[in-house]
Design a protein around this ligand. Structure first.
Ligand code: SAH
Ligand code: SF4
Ligand code: F3S
Length: 475
């Protein structure tokens, strides 16, 4: 029972920012080199960008460290998606100020979405910051560091229409050596009215398909067994060869990556309901190694609110997408969502529509948020943020409670069934247990035996919580 209580907390309100937990760079051999500490906030794309930054900095003579106190240079790779994401970083800067006082030569740089949103204003607001670099300026960081070393404040927040860092081999940080992320596109051309991303990450652009496939192949050859293709809107991936002889859409890219090796699992995130096509769903069905799991953010279950959000689909369209997924990939396909509670003018009935959409979709998992107004967005300009804090939170808690019940119910479906699991490492709770994910992205925990990470094993599920499947290895 204790385990149940512990794992259920994943879906508690205080964990709704689970994806905002920072990641920290690791210790590298640093003889004769300067030390860089990177702390990353926000989404997987930011984590993946930190791996690009580590690669750029290695060429400039820096080794990463996992301890801020040992660093000559500290980067915070920041997120601006909600106000509390920014507050977290502001608080961290206060702590780092203490370090800087002890070690005046220490340089502090702000990277990522908050850097892009606030630009040079950050230098005025946060005196401790020496360097500000937006998401498209990471090749320029060594130069910015040199400028800062000579005592000037250094800023580059130029957003590019072309930059994809296609030629840079990321240095895998926080890696388990089994699963890795591959960034396939950058930016976003959608204008969801609540969202700051189009302003912080610029225009959408897709990365060269060959460089993506070759990164996947390198990872496979180095022992990795799962790649997740990343973008704000992967289904609008579109790349053409310079001589215009070849055009690759997302379904085509998925197929190319799936063909790297049948033992390399392929996942992807995020899908926009307006762009995911039957062709993508059929490609998923065709290849066993493309995982049957789709992250399909809804944001609301009400058509009027979806219109105000500028999501470009309505409730009926979203439901029809869920139906297509179930028709082509079956009942077992994992589906997760993002949902926003208390968007401008949302009524109780409209909130009920969100709950009823969730019940219809039978989601396996969800990322759920209270609406947070972001300066400069369409919603901030056009609509009043008029839902009181307590109401937003109450609605959010209802959404979370429903999701918790559904997650448990969806997990119970697996009890008594054998799952193919890719071993990722030792379970957080016990050295005697291993953990890994099944096809639907669910964490499975089972006794260690003689297994190694990177192996595929068959696990018979015997019990579950809302967050984890528990089982034993069978032949
Ligand atoms: N590209 C993805 C989402 C990226 S942001 C998509 O289109 O679905 C991740 C999630 O953060 C969003 O799906 C949304 O649910 C949430 N989010 C974005 N802006 C927000 C805001 N202003 N307030 C609360 N949640 C927000
Ligand atoms: Fe933001 Fe919408 Fe783009 Fe997602 S699709 S990043 S929510 S603007
Ligand atoms: Fe945050 Fe930027 Fe990602 S705002 S969610 S780090 S794209």
């Amino acid at each position: 029972m204790e385990r149940v209580a512990e794992t259920l907390t994943i879906l508690q309100p205080e964990d709704k920012e689970a994806c905002d937990l920072p990641r920290v760079s690791e210790e590298e051999l640093a003889i004769g080199k300067k030390r860089l500490y990177i702390e990353s906030y926000g989404c997987q794309m930011n984590f993946s960008d930190s791996e690009i930054v580590a690669a750029v900095m290695r060429n400039a003579g820096f080794a990463t460290t996992g301890t801020a106190e040992e660093a000559d240079l500290i980067f915070l790779n920041t997120c601006a998606i909600r106000d509390n994401a920014e507050q977290k970083v502001r608080n961290r800067l206060k702590q780092l100020n203490v370090l800087k006082k002890q070690k005046p030569a220490l340089l502090v740089g702000m990277l990522g979405c908050m850097a892009e949103r606030l630009k040079a204003k950050l230098l005025e607001e946060e005196k401790i910051v020496d360097i500000v670099a937006g998401p498209d300026a990471y090749r320029d960081i060594p130069k910015l560091v040199e400028e800062a070393e000579s005592g000037q404040k250094a800023v580059n927040v130029f957003l590019s229409r072309e930059e994809t860092y296609a030629d840079i081999s990321p240095i895998r940080l926080n890696s388990n050596g089994v699963t890795a992320y591959i960034s396939i596109m950058r930016g976003c051309d959608n204008m969801c009215s609540f969202c700051v991303v189009p302003f912080t990450r610029g225009r959408e652009r897709s990365r060269d398909a060959y460089s993506i496939v070759s990164e996947a192949r390198d990872l496979y050859e180095n022992g990795y067994r799962e790649v997740t293709l990343l973008g704000q809107n992967v289904d609008s991936y579109k790349w053409s060869h310079a001589d215009d002889t070849e055009h690759v859409n997302f379904a085509g890219l998925l197929e190319r990556v799936a063909l790297v090796h049948p033992d390399l699992r392929v996942r992807f995130s995020t899908s926009h309901p307006k762009d995911i096509t039957d062709e993508v769903l059929y490609t998923m069905a065709k290849y066993d190694n493309i995982c049957k799991y789709i992250h399909l953010p809804a944001q609301s279950g009400n058509s009027r609110i979806l219109k105000l959000m500028n999501r470009t689909y309505d409730r009926a369209w979203y439901i029809q997408k869920i139906d297509r997924i179930r028709a082509i990939l079956g009942e077992d396909c994992g589906i997760s969502h993002d949902m926003i509670a208390g968007f401008c003018t949302e009524t109780e009935e409209e909130h009920q529509d969100t709950l009823s959409l969730m019940a219809y979709a039978r989601y396996d998992y969800g990322y759920m948020f209270a609406y947070s107004e972001r300066p400069g967005t369409l919603a901030a300009k056009k609509y009043a943020d008029d839902i009181p804090h307590e109401v937003k939170n109450r609605r959010l808690n209802e959404i979370i409670a429903l999701q918790r019940n559904m997650s448990l119910e969806r997990n119970q479906r697996h009890i008594g069934k054998v799952q193919k699991v890719l071993v990722e490492g030792t379970s957080k709770r016990s050295d005697e247990q291993l953990c890994g994910r099944n096809d639907q992205n669910k964490m499975v925990v089972f006794p260690k035996g003689n297994l190694r990470k990177g192996q595929y094993v068959s696990v018979l599920v015997t019990e579950c919580t809302a967050a984890t499947l528990i089982g034993e290895v069978v032949d």
